[in-house]
Design a protein around this ligand. Structure first.
Ligand code: GLC
Length: 360
């Protein structure tokens, strides 16, 4: 080393020393809110407490479960979460058709841009203090042929579970919306596939709340066929409720031509009508008690083609009856065909809001 280079080194070292010992002279800028806010729990959580925390919420339906967001009638806007939280709601369920945004053959990679969009929506909801139940919606191929496509579902959950493993406990997973089709004749296929998907989730998300419902579109009548992995205590059982279907789905374009002939069906809450609802809910509660599992009503709602008064009476009755039985719920859905919120008028539909949130 020449004398000049030794001198240069000395200068570099001196510079480093000065730099490191330098005290900040300016005010420290608080970095932008770091993501994730909080790491997930390293201890098991109480599934009953976590299920109760869902409270009252909305499905953000008709958005991310369309092949392209917007084609289902709705694009999720960031400010919706504040509107929802400000009205007193505590959760959202996020229907997502992952299979429409992944490769259709192994390794079934999910599009990076789609993940980014879902991340953004989840983060906006969590920032507003809402619990998020992230599902896998409209997996038509799987329902039509579970044996051929089960590997696809497993690959999706492998990626989703890895992607969200550091998210806070307020993000819940739901393995599959409304298993139906071939699952209806083979409930054991659904039980074993759900267990397999759960095992994949548990590798990196040991205590994340995970929601599982029965075949037949998550029908109460099929709860007895549902077998949840016994040793897993971080599970919430779910069901959907649209009875009487001729009332809730009158005029629904996706419910077949017959649904047009149901237009005009009313629901005024006669004793018989109310008993029919509570008998079903009691069946669900009995099953859940026997199983030692918390219950969550993931979807219920009456389509906007029904008259407003009937919708109000039915929605209010179902919501209150669920609450009496300690069943948390998410209404189907926020801002489209069943919508509680009128996105054009930028206002809640007062009757639906009042049915969901008395005094709201
Ligand atoms: C289910 C369907 C959804 C439909 C809703 C009400 O969640 O997946 O597409 O709008 O039920 O019928």
């Amino acid at each position: 080393m020449t004398a000049a280079s030794r001198y240069l080194w000395l200068l570099v070292l001196l510079g480093l020393f000065i730099h490191c010992s330098e005290k900040p002279t300016e005010t420290i800028v608080v970095p932008e809110e770091k993501w994730p806010f909080r790491p997930p729990s390293t201890q098991p959580l109480d599934a009953f407490v976590m299920s109760a925390a869902i409270g009252r919420g909305f499905n953000l339906g008709n958005a991310l479960e369309a092949a392209v967001e917007g084609e289902g009638g709705m694009v999720i806007q960031d400010h919706y979460f504040k509107i929802i939280a400000d009205a007193g709601f505590t959760s959202i369920r996020l229907p997502v058709t992952w299979s429409a945004h992944s490769m259709t053959v192994p390794p079934f990679y999910i599009e990076a841009a789609f993940f980014e969009r879902v991340d953004h929506v989840i983060q906006e909801a969590l920032k507003n203090g809402l619990i998020v139940i992230l599902n896998d919606h409209h997996f038509d191929e799987l329902n039509a042929d579970p044996q051929a496509y089960k590997g696809w579902l497993i690959a999706l959950w492998e990626q989703i579970a890895r992607h969200y493993k550091d998210y806070p406990d307020e993000l819940y997973f739901e393995i599959l919306n409304e298993p139906h089709g071939e699952f209806n004749t083979h409930p054991e296929w659904w039980n074993s596939l759900a267990a397999e998907a759960l095992a994949v989730i548990r590798n990196l998300n040991p205590y994340r709340m995970t929601v599982i419902g029965p075949i037949n579109w998550n029908s109460i009548n099929s709860l007895p066929t549902l077998e949840l992995p016994k040793e897993d205590q971080s599970l919430i059982a779910t069901f959907h409720f649209y009875d009487p279907f001729q009332f809730t789905h009158q005029g629904a374009e996706w419910a077949g031509e017959e649904a047009q002939s149901w237009l005009g069906t009313k629901w005024s809450g006669t004793l018989d009508q109310r008993n029919a609802v509570t008998a079903q809910l009691d069946k669900a509660v009995k099953w859940a008690e026997e199983q030692g599992r918390p219950l969550y009503l993931g979807e219920f709602g009456a389509y906007s083609k029904a008259d407003d008064n009937s919708r109000y009476v039915w929605t209010d009755f179902v919501a209150r009856s669920a609450e009496k039985r300690h069943i948390s719920w998410t209404y189907w859905e926020f801002g489209a065909g069943f919508g509680a919120y009128d996105r054009e008028a930028r206002a809640w539909r007062p009757l639906i809001l009042r049915a969901l949130m008395p005094g709201g």
